[in-house]
Write a protein that binds this ligand. Sequence first.
Ligand code: SF4
Ligand code: SF4
Length: 299
Amino acid sequence: MSLRILYRGHLSDCNYTCAYCPFSMTRNTPAQQAEDARDLARFVAWVQTHASAVRPIEILITPYGEALARKWYREAVRELSHTAHVRRIAVQTNLSCPVQWLADCNLQTTALWLTYHPEQIAAEKFLAKCHALSAMSIRYSVGVVGTREHFPAIAAMRAALPESVYLWVNAYKDQPDYYRPGEIAWLTGIDPRFPDNLPDYPSLGQPCRAGHEVISVDGTGNVYRCHFIKARLGNLFEDDLDALLKPRLCSNAVCNCHIGYVHMNGLKLHEVYGEGLLERIPAVVPEFRIEPLPSSLKA
Ligand code: SF4
Ligand code: SF4
């Protein structure tokens, strides 16, 4: 069985200006960038010596900000993709970077979790890069935050992407009861798995693979069961990993983020996503339907 690692290094800057995001147009200092690059290289070296036939490794880079704008992340992805017993190296990205460097990656192991920000990039430019990824046979999903003002862009992106590409929609949860009648059904037509993302799952005491089959690792090598429970289990570079991994029950009241709840045993989402779990591509990409925009948009 693979060990899945969610890696979040020191990086905390981004080239986009999403209004709701704390990393919008932030810039790490040269010293911070050097620390991030050095520690990422240490993580890559650890994976290269610890991935094995007995314990293959799958990695999802989940940065605070945009990792692929930095050449050390692109180089790490390329290296890890060719590392024996690394079954997956996936990255969350806004796809602002050039894509040609991916041609040097191992297509069998590389995957991208793309987030489309309609207010930050022209649809044509984003789509051209998606088509370039498809031409290179890079696996990718595309996602959008399901705010009302995004609905027309979501429909247009869904219509323009190849049918085989999964487009997910994240529920907007900052405002309770945000969605008006008809909107959830409309979004579910676009992304049949949208209802999975709507709830805050009560998770206290529930069995979850986090901390056993999945871990979160930061730039210093600190190991946590997931990104959401900040009780440190140990350190990747100092401790015996086997001693850190064991089945655990969740200690948080709720789990409401895809990269967390997807590992809750009871939701059976590992079966839904299969080998595409980290890059958020269901084993069978669901059929979608694009209905006329909800009338609530005019309300
Ligand atoms: S692209 Fe992502 S990390 Fe960058 S500002 Fe937008 S939400 Fe934040
Ligand atoms: S249910 Fe969510 S918060 Fe709880 S351990 Fe699993 S991933 Fe972490």
